[in-house]
Design a protein around this ligand. Structure first.
Ligand code: SF4
Length: 347
């Protein structure tokens, strides 16, 4: 099978993936319907606000919307959760998102379907190693990405999301501040290239975005030459250089709406297709190529930790409220981490 044939066949997989993600086909999934209904009624009958990330299972995203919750990026999720009165805030995402929600809503009970859902960026930037890095490079402003633990955030001057990283670093550059950046090296280099800032960059990466490959992209472009390319800045520079839009999850969804293309190749987690397709129902969305199934691909455009948020775990949480699903952040750590988080929110 040629690479092109391979992608033609993966195109049908993409279509079936989309079919399961799209709301109009949702009711046809008999196998899941009763479980979905049960989960929805468990949410609606209790004092709960559910927030979910764009990368979790489309079924969970739909349940979130149908029960008055919110689907978005990590910052938007935490903000929405903080703005609601519900006693219980359930976060479907990864652990740093649960921690951020708890820090911004300390009075609430914050829960996750599993606390074991983590992130390669968070895992690759331990408190101990990062402290050593900061201590050996004193005098620099410490800027950390939202994808870090509360302990790492507590050491930072600023927390950023990918949507405002360039603006913040530009601002710091006008103040002649030199920067320590952590943990994603691709996003760090992207920001450094755009701003010319003096940045020392931690060597972390996202297992999903790091996998996107330019060579196979060229093969896909032969099939859909008119397609626009949407790239998350945690991806390799070669992908960023040929993108029609580079941005955070929310920015990429907006770009799909604003750009004139009828077809997009999307270089971020496939979970985003659910919300993106809602916004552009008549446009075709294609997953950007990774190293490929059966290759050395670690993620194949879907985060292994995001996928741990499944319906069975969510149902278990809603029935049993197990203590091992409750997010707790040490109050002193939360106090320190809130300072750079609050700066970000005020920026
Ligand atoms: Fe972390 Fe990447 Fe998964 Fe997002 S997609 S949670 S950055 S590993």
């Amino acid at each position: 099978m040629t690479i092109i044939e391979d992608y033609v066949s993966s195109r049908s997989e993409i279509k079936s993936y989309l079919a399961s993600a799209l709301s109009e086909n949702f009711e046809k999934q008999k196998v899941n319907t009763s479980l979905v209904d049960e989960v929805k009624s468990l949410i609606l009958s209790q004092d709960i606000c559910l927030v979910s990330h764009y990368y979790v299972d489309p079924l969970i995203q739909k349940i979130t919307e149908d029960t008055g919750g919110f689907v978005g990026d990590s910052l938007e999720m935490a903000r929405f959760g903080a703005s609601r009165d519900s006693r219980n805030l359930i976060v479907c995402g990864v652990s740093f998102m649960g921690e951020t929600a708890k820090i911004l809503s300390p009075e609430k009970l914050v829960w996750m379907p599993t606390l074991e859902a983590t992130c390669s960026l968070d895992l690759g930037c331990s408190e101990k190693e990062f402290k050593k890095f900061c201590d050996s490079n004193p005098g620099r402003t410490v800027v950390v990405y939202a994808n870090t633990s509360a302990a790492v955030k507590a050491m930072a001057d600023w927390v950023v999301t990918s949507s405002m990283a360039v603006d913040l670093v530009e601002y710091l550059t006008t103040r002649n501040e030199s920067i320590i950046w952590a943990p994603d090296r691709y996003l760090g280099r992207y920001v450094k290239n755009l701003t010319g800032a003096d940045m020392l960059i931690w060597d972390g990466a996202c297992v999903v975005h790091e996998e996107f490959r330019i060579n196979d992209l060229e093969q896909i472009k032969k099939l859909w030459p008119e397609a626009g390319l949407l790239v998350h800045p945690e991806s390799p520079e070669e992908m960023i250089q040929v993108a029609d839009a580079v941005g955070s999850t929310s920015q990429l969804i907006l770009a799909a709406e604003k750009l004139p293309h009828n077809t997009f190749i999307v270089a971020t987690d496939k979970g985003i297709f659910y919300k993106m397709q809602q916004k552009v129902p008549s446009k075709r969305l294609i997953a950007a190529p990774t190293r490929g199934e059966g290759g050395t691909c670690q993620s194949c455009a879907h985060c292994p930790w995001m996928s741990m948020n499944n319906l069975d775990r969510l149902k278990n949480l809603l029935i049993n409220w197990p203590i091992y699903c409750q997010v707790k952040v040490n109050s002193e750590l939360a106090r320190k981490a809130l300072i750079p988080l609050q700066r970000m929110l005020n920026f």
